[in-house]
Design a protein around this ligand. Structure first.
Ligand code: CA
Length: 227
């Protein structure tokens, strides 16, 4: 799950970015409306955390543009303590929720997760394929009832595969879901992670296989019994 963070206060942006990443999200952080708008044109974000007072305008203008396109992308607005008007205006133009500054990171994380729990996103559920199960909130993974510790990026990748078990996940969408713009991505990063994940699944004797569809993507499926 990839979050667009628009906040021009560097310290706050760092804190929120770190908190969201620790919560298992990929985050792209921008300090202006212009940059955020450009990023949205190229990446399909799962949610936006939006400050209102930005150097090149009002965050609500970005929100209006999104809603005018008919896009129901979840948007959480960050408002000042005395900004009652901001909250009302925000909700009027289609914000899904707001958090008042200063806020506790745990609260922001909980609100973001709640937004993503809407139908279609289904965050906070147990995904499974064969003996492999994952809780998308606690980020725990079980293979045949045993908890397995996976590094963050492998967990993210497994989540995407599980969400579309039995169907092809395009390589491009795996890349987008895994990384923010700040992360170092090389051409074969997905291949490297996929090979580690495969090895791990094999070692645990899981009854699932990650199939490679060359030039297209990957598919997780239950391993067919040998005749
Ligand atoms: Ca600001």
């Amino acid at each position: 799950m990839r979050i667009l963070l628009v906040e021009d206060n560097d310290r706050l942006a760092d804190l929120v970015g770190q908190g969201l990443r620790a919560g298992g999200f990929a985050v792209d952080a921008f300090t202006s409306l212009g940059d955020a708008d450009a990023a949205m044109a190229t990446v399909a974000y799962d949610a936006v955390v939006l400050d209102l007072g930005l150097p090149d305008g009002d965050g609500l203008d970005l929100l209006k543009t999104v809603r005018q396109r008919g896009d129901s992308l979840p948007v959480l607005v960050l408002t000042a303590r005395d900004g009652v008007d901001d909250r009302v205006r925000g909700l009027n133009v289609g914000a899904d929720d707001y958090v008042v500054k200063p806020f506790a990171m745990a609260e922001l994380l909980a609100r973001v997760r709640a937004l993503l729990r809407r139908p279609g996103n289904a965050l906070g559920v147990r995904l499974s394929c064969g003996q492999v199960t994952m809780d998308t909130t606690s980020r725990e993974v079980w293979i045949a009832e045993a908890v397995v510790a996976l590094p963050r990026r492998e967990t993210e990748m497994l989540e995407q595969l599980l969400r579309r078990a039995g169907r092809v996940v395009p390589k491009r969408s795996l890349e987008e879901g895994l990384y923010g713009f700040d992360d170092d991505v090389s051409a074969n990063t997905v291949e490297v992670l996929m090979s580690r994940l495969r090895k791990r699944l094999l070692q645990t004797g899981a009854d699932v296989t990650i199939h490679t569809l060359r030039g297209v993507g990957y598919m997780l499926a239950e391993t067919e019994a040998q005749p």
